[in-house]
Design a protein around this ligand. Structure first.
Ligand code: 13P
Ligand code: SF4
Length: 369
């Protein structure tokens, strides 16, 4: 079992249902029973990066875009979100007030989402808008806190996912002359480059440097301002890994997620969102050899689902999203038990003031998707 916490944090994060009370097998058995009992009340959503022990309980599976679309039309009173914090917040914003969204483990966050906060974005915006007369349109990747979604809503921008980034960025550049894209520099850079925007038209704003490390002249010249954030999982893949695989077997087809860095995407055969990767694996003919640069739970599941194809991770280090992995059976069962007793735990409720701007920006995204 992978250790995710150490010291004090580990003690605070003991499983809510002990191994003395139930074995791992008994946890799974009780979950199937209780889920059936709660079937009129609870809908379970699961992101593709969840571990097998969890995804088997998902009524609806998807990438970030599909799960946001699904959340907007759920009728049942409880939504148990097997994913990470920003996804559960998004579901809460998109559902009516009488729905309760639950994240089985509140520690399931996203390191990329933590790379930009509202204060930093506000101060970057003040600086950037003071440097140019041109209109800057903000777009945030959905992987961020609700306060940042609220920011783009308030500034007539939009949210995007990796499945619709190109459409949303095109829309943003129709609304103004410049784009501010946060928090993932790679998705922003890879998408803009694909759209024909040169690397020399993009600059990176580093929130750890005074004025983001950018002079007014650099901002005036740039079309795209990228926030200096990244996904710790996808940034683990390297162009050297692509070259090594190609050298060993030039026929191996390499597909990567656009959260990978620019040189990895350039070296790969193709790139696309989680949904895109799944579709491409389905489409490629039997006998194909495919190396995938994305989260390992999904890669392993694709390999198991396609025994007629050789599917491997691009990285020998088996990149795992450790925060997605925090949603485990004992935590999910504790959430189910609490709903059964009408005392839900780990409820995600976005502040109403923040939810208004966020909803506006999410609606813009959904209308463009
Ligand atoms: P998508 O679900 O949009 O492919 O994003 C991947 C991801 O990293 C989710 O956190
Ligand atoms: Fe965040 Fe990356 Fe994990 Fe997605 S895979 S939740 S972007 S750390």
């Amino acid at each position: 079992m992978l250790d995710l916490f150490q010291g004090e944090a580990a003690r605070e994060h003991l499983p809510p249902i002990s191994h003395e009370e139930l074995s791992d097998e008994q946890v799974i058995e009780e979950m199937w029973r209780i889920k059936e009992e709660l079937k009129d009340k609870v809908l379970v959503l699961g992101h593709h990066y969840q571990q097998d022990d969890i995804i088997q309980f998902a009524d609806l599976k998807g990438d970030s875009l599909k799960l946001a679309q699904d959340a907007s039309s759920i009728e049942k009173p409880y939504i148990v979100f097997c994913g990470v914090h920003f996804m559960a917040e998004t579901a809460d914003i998109l559902t009516a007030d009488d729905k309760t969204v639950i994240l089985p483990d509140l520690a399931a966050g996203c390191s990329m989402a933590d790379m930009a906060d509202r204060e930093e974005i506000d101060s970057a915006w003040d600086y950037l808008t003071s440097c140019t007369q041109e209109k800057i349109v903000p777009v945030t990747y959905i992987n961020c806190a609700a306060t940042l979604k609220d920011f783009v809503g308030q500034h007539d921008g939009s949210i995007c996912t990796s499945s619709n980034a190109e459409k949303v960025i095109r829309w943003a550049l129709d609304q103004g002359e410049k784009l501010l894209f946060f928090p993932d520099q790679h998705l922003g850079r890879n998408t803009c480059y694909k759209m024909g925007i040169g690397l020399d038209e993009m600059v990176t704003y580093n929130p750890n440097l005074p004025n983001g490390g950018l002079t007014p002249e650099k901002i005036q010249k740039a079309k795209v301002i990228l926030w200096y954030g990244y996904c710790s999982v996808h940034q683990g893949f390297t162009a050297a890994q692509v070259r090594a695989i190609k050298e060993k077997d030039p026929e191996t087809h390499v597909i990567v997620h656009p959260e990978c860095s620019f040189d990895v995407v350039k070296a790969a055969d193709e790139d696309g969102s989680t949904a895109y990767i799944i579709n491409r694996v389905n489409e490629l003919p039997a006998g194909s050899k495919i190396a995938i640069g994305t989260e390992i739970n999904l890669v392993n599941r694709l390999a198991a689902a396609h025994p007629d194809k050789t599917i491997t991770s691009l990285s020998p280090y088996q990149c795992l999203c450790t925060t997605m992995y925090r949603v485990r059976p004992r935590w999910l069962l504790a959430s189910f038990r609490a709903i059964k007793e009408d005392k839900p735990i780990n409820v995600i409720k976005v502040d109403k003031k923040v939810a208004a701007g966020s909803k506006k920006a999410l609606d813009t995204m959904l209308s463009l998707s």
